[in-house]
Design a binder for this molecule. Structure first.
Ligand code: ZN
Ligand code: ZN
Length: 411
């Protein structure tokens, strides 16, 4: 076996056994694009080998997606097939496990009418609301991983040939997901333990408010009573462990939707719905974005903020040291799965209810009353840098350093 084949096989193994954690007799639902057929076949084979009852693959094709946005009639973007939404909710209720293999061309929908894209985004989020509610409560296992498409690889490595660029992106992915380790499963277990330990330390502090300082950023974020820091693997309703994102380097929790004040500047471009938004900033007052600006992609940013009432409020606070494996690779992936794991970040939109004590069993009214945000959208954006400092005011009134010079202030 060549070295590449070994790493690819390691990757399929950890995607199936650590990410989706397919159990004997379980259904695996895979979403993927036609750019990644060979890798998907490997995943499917591995899933059957560990005992999957059935593997369903929901394919999409970037060219066909583009054709639709260019040629389909107006008025066809505010609907989403009901059966498609039902399929996923039904499978979730049957305790299936879900894998998304993303390969997004960061510029795919560049030039497409952003109103069409946003309409479709909103329609699918609305149709899939019951599914996402289950997902946010850890009802079932799911994982998001990535595989290269030529377009994505060329965006990252524009001077290489198609083939070289895809190879380079594979190598970058292998490194970030630890598929280059001899025992990738053991490497993930050790990494998972480190993330859980970091989350425990933050939970012990009982933080009331975080204070961020960096060039272009001066922001305070209040955390709700009962917030829980979390990172690494989660445990679903049936007690099975799964890894929602591979890679993952973050520990994160929920902000209090009304206790965010100040200004924050982005430090990496954001690929949102196939358009790149760059050099942007937000000003918050009592939790709400009251002012914003983007050097590039401001129209897409406006569409994002106008999704609904909750899209102007934060739903996630995540900490990732500047000196971390993905960040140290010094490549920009133009893909949030990777870029968010190289940087402190925040998300506009909905909160994960599992980040609140008892939140998984609460109704929307209850989580809202506790300070969590509700929205059809959830979009992470990167704010970390080498000079960022973060302090925390604790419930007992003490002020302690959390980040200095972009990294953890304590070991
Ligand atoms: Zn995140
Ligand atoms: Zn997020």
């Amino acid at each position: 076996m060549t070295h590449f084949k070994q790493k690819l096989s390691n990757y399929a193994k950890i995607a199936v056994e650590i990410g989706a954690n397919v159990q004997p007799g379980q259904i695996l639902h895979v979403r993927a694009t036609t750019d990644t057929v060979d890798f998907v076949r490997l995943v499917v084979e591995h899933a059957y080998r560990v005992g999957a009852k059935r593997v369903d693959v929901d394919w999409s094709d970037d060219s066909i997606t583009k054709l639709r946005y260019a040629l389909a009639p107006d008025g066809s973007f505010d609907e989403f097939p009901e059966w498609k939404a039902m399929e996923r909710t039904k499978l979730a209720e049957q305790n299936a496990t879900f894998m998304s293999i993303i390969s997004d061309d960061p510029d795919l929908l560049n030039g497409v009418d952003p109103v069409r894209v946003q309409q479709q985004q909103k329609a699918s989020s609305e149709a899939l609301r019951p599914f996402y509610r289950l997902l946010q409560a850890d009802a079932f296992s799911w994982t998001v991983i990535a595989a290269p498409s030529v377009a994505w690889a060329k965006k990252m490595f524009p001077t290489l040939s198609d083939e070289e660029a895809v190879d380079a992106l594979w190598e970058a992915i292998f490194k970030t997901v630890r598929a280059d380790e001899d025992d990738a499963v053991a490497a993930w277990k050790a990494h998972d333990a480190t993330l859980h330990q970091r989350a425990d330390q933050l939970n012990e502090l009982q933080i009331e408010t975080l204070h961020y300082e960096a060039p272009g950023t001066s922001l305070s974020i209040g955390l709700p009573d009962g917030h829980l820091w979390t990172g690494g693997s989660s445990v679903n309703k049936s007690g099975t462990r799964f890894m929602a994102n591979m890679p993952t380097e973050e520990v994160f929790t929920v902000p209090h939707r009304e206790r965010v004040n100040g200004t924050v500047a982005s430090t990496k471009p954001l690929s949102y719905n196939g358009t790149i938004i760059e050099d942007f900033s937000f000003t918050f007052r009592d939790g709400k974005v009251v002012d914003y600006h983007a050097e590039r992609g401001e129209e897409a940013l406006t569409q994002l903020l106008e999704t609904d009432e909750g899209s102007r409020f934060l739903g996630e606070v995540a900490l990732v040291p500047h000196d971390s494996p993905i960040s140290n690779m010094n490549v920009l992936f133009y893909n949030t799965l990777f870029d968010e794991n190289a940087s402190n970040h925040l998300a506009l939109g909905s909160s994960y209810t599992f980040c609140l004590e008892g939140g998984k069993e609460m109704t929307v009214e209850q989580t809202t009353a506790a300070g969590l945000n509700e929205s059809l959208t959830h979009v992470d954006f990167m704010i970390g840098c080498a000079t960022m400092s973060i302090d925390a005011t604790l419930k007992d009134g003490r002020r302690v350093p959390i980040f200095r010079e972009g990294n953890w202030a304590f070991s």
